[in-house]
Design a protein around this ligand. Sequence first.
Ligand code: CTP
Length: 400
Amino acid sequence: MKPVSELSGRTVVLGVSGGVAAYKSAELARLLVKAGADVRVVMTESAQHFVGPATFQAITGQAVWSDPWDARMPNGMAHIDLTRDAQLILIAPATADCIARLAQGRADDLLSTLCLARDEGCALMVAPAMNRQMWEHPATRRNVATLVDDGTYMEGPAAGEQACGEVGAGRMVEPADLLEAVLSHFTPKSLAGRQVLITAGPTSEAIDPVRVITNLSSGRMGYALAQAAVRAGARVTLVSGPTALALPRGVRRIDVASARDMRDAVMNNLSGTDVFVSVAAVADYRPASPSGRKIKKSADSMSLELVRNPDILAEVAARADAPFCVGFAAESHELDSYAQDKRRSKRLPLVVGNLVSDGLGSEDNLVVLYDDEGRHPLERASKAAVARAILEHISRLLKG
Ligand code: CTP
């Protein structure tokens, strides 16, 4: 099984109209290119007052278009050829004027003509950016309603401080969030209507007020799964141990520290859950009696009595109303036999196994999936790509 890269094979036309936020579109173009998309930039004339075509040309490695009469297009059909094999036109920023023109079906510049002349397989996504009063004006409200009626995806605007110094709705959605919207747009909704609960990160077990027992889990694999599940249409709750990671868009997070906190958060949020993915590196033991005061050094040696923590995954999987449970097995050796043992002993339909040397704390992961049918190795890939492949496997098992 081969995890595929996020936007490879996708062609996106990035339309840039004339607003201050046009400078952020250069970053958006970079993110789209980095995610593997073939990016063609079309600028309106006024956009070029804010940022030059050379910037986009350097970032995308492709010619930038703005003139419908551009002689570079071999057959003189720029208004059709640029979107012929595109699956998406993303206009960011879209000014009030640009939105008005789209709503009216105008075709007197290249960008509006491309939008009008595109075929059904090419979606239109619009990220408005304008002064808050322009956004609130009844004319803009009407135009936006028309675009939505026509099947356009609106992203934003966001609220906050504006270039003019006013505060309100009208800021362009940030490039990273627009990339997320594009990724989500292209992700098949294989988990639509499903509720997914995920644990991630390490746990932290107190020894005294300043010392803890923890482990090297970064939380990245669990966060990547949460993000991929949201993109696949699921409602996602992430119960997270201490990590330094940003919360993926659309995910509800509950922060916990110890294994017992994590267990309580899982049990309190289990109702309605269809899929439970237990990625957290839960400490198996905790100090038997943490000291309320900082322990002072006195003797040459000291010993710490540890007691077992609850096994959260085993407890969930043993319930009569258990959701579809997925466990993780991080092993230093004999991966196949330990992972299969875990699957059987905790009665899990699916275990994701990896050697600690292959994934713990790193950006990439190399995993093997174990289910009733046997073992399914995935190729080494980013945790985001591995997360997508794991979720595809889960959705196939859920359907089967
Ligand atoms: N797990 C859990 N609660 C625990 C311990 C583990 O929910 N107290 C979950 C992990 O999130 C993971 C799986 O169980 O999905 C790992 O199984 P486990 O047998 O506990 O693995 P290890 O803790 O690595 O066990 P061992 O040290 O015996 O290999």
